[in-house]
Write a new protein. Sequence first.
Length: 277
Amino acid sequence: MIDLELENKVVIITGGSGGIGSACGREFLRQGAFVSIVDIDKKSGMLLEEELLVEYPGRARFFECDLTNIDSTCSVVASTIAVFGQIDCIICNAAIFHANSLKNWDEDDLEQLRRHFEVGILGHMNMVRHAWADCPGSRGGSVITIGSTAGRFAEPKAMAYLPIKAALIEGVKQFAFEMADAGGWAVCVSPGHTFTREHAKRVKKTGQTKKEYEMTAGNIQNTLLKRFLEPEEIAVWVAIAASHYGRLMTGTEILVDAGIAAGGFNSAYVIPNTELS
C-alpha cells in the first residue's frame, strides 16, 4: 500500500455529508487524518459525525455552514482550528444543480445562477482566504477543488452548473500560483457520472437493479467502461491529490471519468433539479 502520509493532517470537506463528500471523509479518516465535515444539511451532518466517531473516535467533527454567508464560513475555519489546532487541506466539494435551458430562463433561474456562484466559487474562496489568514501554515498545504466532466462538456439544462465547474477547473491554477511560494499546492479532481444518493433514489423508484439502471442510462453507455463511478473511487483520487504526491500535479486537473472524454457524451441525457455533493 502506498503511504500518502496523511496521518494527523487536518482536512476540511465542504458538502461533507453528501455522496462524494462523505466518501472523502471516510477515506481521509482511513488514512489517519482528522476531518471537519462541513455542510448546510445539519441532520445529515450530525448523523454522519455520529457514525464516523464510532470507528474513528475524536477524529471527525461536523460543522453546519452556509457557504453564501461569510460569517458562517469564517466560523467553520475558526472552529476547525480550535478543535484540531491547524488546517492542512480544504476540499472544495459543495455544489448545487439547478436544471434549465437558457432559452427558458426567468428571474428565478437568474437567482439560481447567483446561488451557484456564491456556493461553488465565492464561498470556497472565502473559506480558503480565511484559512490562510487565521492559520498561515495552511497555505503550505493543499486546496483540492471538485470539478466535473460537466465543466468540460456541454449537457442539457446545465447553463448554471457548467460555468461554475469550469471555473473550479481553471481556477485551480490561480490557487496553485498563490500557494507555491509557501510550499502549497492545488489540484482539481473532476469526476464523471458518479452513483450518488440521487441515482440510488431513482433506482429505487424505478424498481430496477443498479446494473439495469446503468444499461438503460444513455450517458453511462457512452462511457468506455459503461458503468457509474462510485464515490469511494473518487475519494481515493482526492486523497492522492491532497497527499505529497499531489504536489507534483499542482495547478492541474485529474479527470476521473470512466472514459467520457474518450468515449463521448450523450446530449439526450437530462438531469433533474437536485443538490449535489
